[in-house]
Design a protein around this ligand. Structure first.
Ligand code: ATP
Ligand code: MN
Length: 420
């Protein structure tokens, strides 16, 4: 490498003018490189140009590599040509050196600049690796990737948490979940499908783990029950962790993280056991039959301390498409995959019997007529099936110990933020 010709390009991370020598530190997504200009040895105009360069301008450099123990990575570049490709205005909207702490909102307003910071970029590169780990796992299980529509006519769960849009002469909605479409693909004989795509929730929450647009990793598998797809959820999560720990060492280093691949099998506890565990640990306000409140969830997470499954939920608090136990219909084959900090995924064996499904829809106070397009798929041969939906950003934020889901989404959408 010493003595080799190089050409590089990147952002001007830092310009240090020491009088007789000037250092231009270039940065790209892989790191930084030092370009050294000794006043006596380079063209005067070139020296002055670099000295007055504004930080974060895009610059290209041609030169020769020289070993220099004091330089970052042990090398410097002695330039013979430097071009300002695109100069940056002053002042910058954000400090990219990380020396000045800045508010999340300010950062999100100038996200393009924020992501130039290595610790911000690292999380998104890891997110891509998470997806690769998950996809590899699905391919290894011969699961077919599909796409289902995001513009739909009806709500998945009949709720009000939908964004209406105008669709020619009609009203339509942004889909809150691919649930119904995944199930219809089981009737289509596709057997095992996965989809990675956006879900839209018009909920007015203001939390660190909810957004109004999120990426969901969804699967549906025929001739499978809840336990079968719990194994697939565990496998997908572990595959993501493994892929990241093997392929993102540099990014993990930037974040100062040592990633531990979760131990398997994940603990599996029933909803009823969960209430017992939590009430031993602290004061539990909720009753059997209530959805888990945040306090109970926190108690459980602290006690268990690693990924776990919560299964056998009361049928009354899981959606109509969740299969009740045949011998004990007040509980169902629904489960949540939990990280100690929060829910990562919800899944279940689904109802595949047409009559039962209609009954369940009515019990939830919904009108089966609104689900005709979906219900038809259950009338002409429907395999028993199961599946789940897992929030990508929650997987990334728990993996990287990020405070806020907004740190795991490039352009987050919440009640207050529609731009950029
Ligand atoms: P929560 O109880 O945490 O609000 P949920 O039970 O309403 O979530 P599901 O409908 O079960 O969510 O969706 C499946 C998964 O999708 C969740 O476990 C979560 O990882 C992710 N998810 C759901 N809603 C959101 C959201 N608003 N923002 C980010 N991720 C979400
Ligand atoms: Mn859920």
């Amino acid at each position: 490498m010493n003595g080799a010709d190089v050409s590089l390009a990147g952002f001007a991370h830092e310009i240090r003018d020491l009088g007789g020598v000037c250092f231009l530190v270039l940065r790209d997504r892989t790191g930084i490189a030092q370009v050294t200009l000794v006043k006596k040895m380079v063209d005067r105009a070139l020296f002055n140009m670099v000295r007055s360069l504004s930080r974060e301008s895009v610059v290209s450099v041609k030169g020769i590599v020289k070993a220099e123990p004091k330089a970052p990575r042990g090398f410097e570049v002695i330039p013979n040509e430097i071009k300002i490709v695109s100069s940056a205005e002053v002042p910058l909207p954000l400090d990219t050196t990380g020396k000045v702490e800045c508010e999340l909102d300010t950062r999100l307003d100038s996200r393009f600049m924020d992501i130039r910071r290595p610790c911000v970029l690292a999380a998104f590169e890891i997110e891509s690796a998470v997806l690769r780990g998950v996809r590899d796992y699905f391919y290894s299980k011969s699961i077919t990737e599909v796409f289902t529509p995001k513009i739909v006519a009806a709500a998945t769960e009949g709720g009000t948490d939908l964004f209406p849009i105008s669709y020619f002469e009609r009203e339509a909605f942004l889909n809150q979940s691919p649930q119904l479409y995944k199930q219809m693909l089981m009737a289509a004989g596709m057997d095992k499908v996965f989809e990675i795509g956006p879900i839209f929730r018009a909920e007015e929450h203001d939390t660190r783990r909810h957004l109004n647009e999120a990426i969901s990793i969804d699967i549906a598998v025929s001739f499978a029950d809840d336990k079968d797809v719990m194994n697939l959820a565990e496998g997908a999560v572990v595959s993501a962790y493994k892929y990241v720990s093997e392929n993102c060492k540099r990014q993990l280093g930037v974040l100062g993280l040592e990633l531990e691949v979760p131990r398997t099998p994940f603990r599996r506890i029933t909803y009823t056991e969960a209430l017992e565990i939590a009430s031993k640990e602290g004061k539990v306000q909720m009753q059997w039959g209530d959805d888990l409140d945040t306090e109970t969830e926190r108690l459980l997470g602290n006690t268990i301390g690693e990924h776990y499954f919560l299964m056998d939920w009361p049928s009354s608090i899981k959606p109509y498409y969740t299969q009740p136990y045949e011998d004990k219909p007040e509980i169902c084959r629904g489960f949540d995959l939990m990280h100690p900090r929060m829910e990562l995924a919800s899944g279940a064996q689904r109802v595949h019997d047409y009559k039962l499904l209609v009954e369940r829809i009515k019990e939830k106070g919904l009108d089966p007529a609104g689900f005709e397009f979906y219900l038809r798929a259950f009338k002409y041969g429907m395999p028993p099936h199961a599946g789940w939906g897992l929030g990508l950003s929650r997987l990334v934020m728990t993996m990287l110990n990020l405070e806020n889901i907004r740190d795991a989404v490039i352009f987050p959408r919440d009640r207050m933020r529609l731009v950029p």
